[in-house]
Design a protein around this ligand. Structure first.
Ligand SMILES: [Zn+2]
Length: 63
């Protein structure tokens, strides 16, 4: 199974852990669940995840 990842900075899809375009870290987006009630919850969780990833990225840069 091929894992498609997505860049947190430029939203490029790639299979690498580091974006070939901007060298940012990529995430492995969860497959969307088709649950209308949880649509906003999913979106919020994804946003939170991206924010966490950016925090991790900043940590690395400060080191
Ligand atoms: Zn990128």
């Amino acid at each position: 199974m091929t894992t498609i990842r997505r860049c947190t900075e430029c939203s490029r899809y790639t299979m690498k852990e580091i974006c070939p375009d901007c060298s940012s870290r990529t995430i492995d987006p969860q497959p969307p669940k088709f649950s209308p009630q949880d649509r906003y919850g999913n979106y919020r969780r994804q946003m939170k995840r991206e924010i966490e990833m950016k925090k991790e990225l900043n940590k690395d840069e400060n080191n």
